[in-house]
Design a protein around this ligand. Structure first.
Ligand code: PNS
Length: 170
């Protein structure tokens, strides 16, 4: 492996989970620099704004010195060209992820032939985890402490309260 290569881990991270953090930590042991690239898709409704997702990621990766949190819009294949970083990290939880991930890896390579996608397997404790499930659990009053870092858990609780207040006012 070329020692100077940095790797990009992109996603919406709405919110970041223990599974995301596990992948970031694993990648940070393999590459000198990890760029966690937060996406903003104008067609998607997020629970946390772009700025909030960036702050959540900054807080939970504070101890990792080789990790940088950035945001981007548009195609990832174009963004990696801008920053001259062509290794993409993706987390695999279960075999059911594979088809979508395989398709995306090949599409990204088609869009930019310099791109290589590297798949890292999450810890088996997180194979069933997803941001959307965690949000649903939080909204329905369930306990998310095993699924997200403490800081995210706290912010998620606050957001759920705010959202339910807003709904009651309608
Ligand atoms: O939050 P997710 O589902 O893990 O992230 C989805 C993904 C990878 C599509 C997003 O992080 C991203 O990179 N969006 C940028 C738009 C893009 O390039 N889409 C993929 C075309 S193959």
């Amino acid at each position: 492996m070329k020692k100077e290569i940095s790797a990009v881990y992109s996603g919406s991270f709405d919110p970041p989970t223990n599974g995301h953090l596990d992948i970031i930590i694993r990648a940070s042991h393999l590459f000198p620099k990890i760029i966690v690239a937060v996406t903003e898709n104008i067609n998607k409704k997020y629970t946390f704004s772009l700025r909030e997702r960036i702050v959540l990621l900054q807080k939970i990766t504070k101890g990792l010195k080789n990790t940088k949190i950035v945001s981007f819009s548009g195609l990832l294949a174009d963004y990696v060209e801008q920053i001259n970083s062509f290794v993409l990290i993706r987390g695999l939880r279960a075999i059911s992820d594979f088809e979508y991930e395989f398709q995306m890896a090949l599409m990204n390579r088609k869009l930019n032939k310099k791109i290589e996608t590297i798949f890292l397997m999450t810890d088996q404790r997180y194979t069933f985890l997803s941001s959307s499930m965690v949000k649903e659990i939080a909204i329905l009053g369930g306990d998310t402490k095993d699924f997200v870092p403490k800081y995210v858990e706290k912010e998620l609780k606050k957001r759920v309260v705010d959202l339910s207040k807003r709904n009651n006012e309608k």
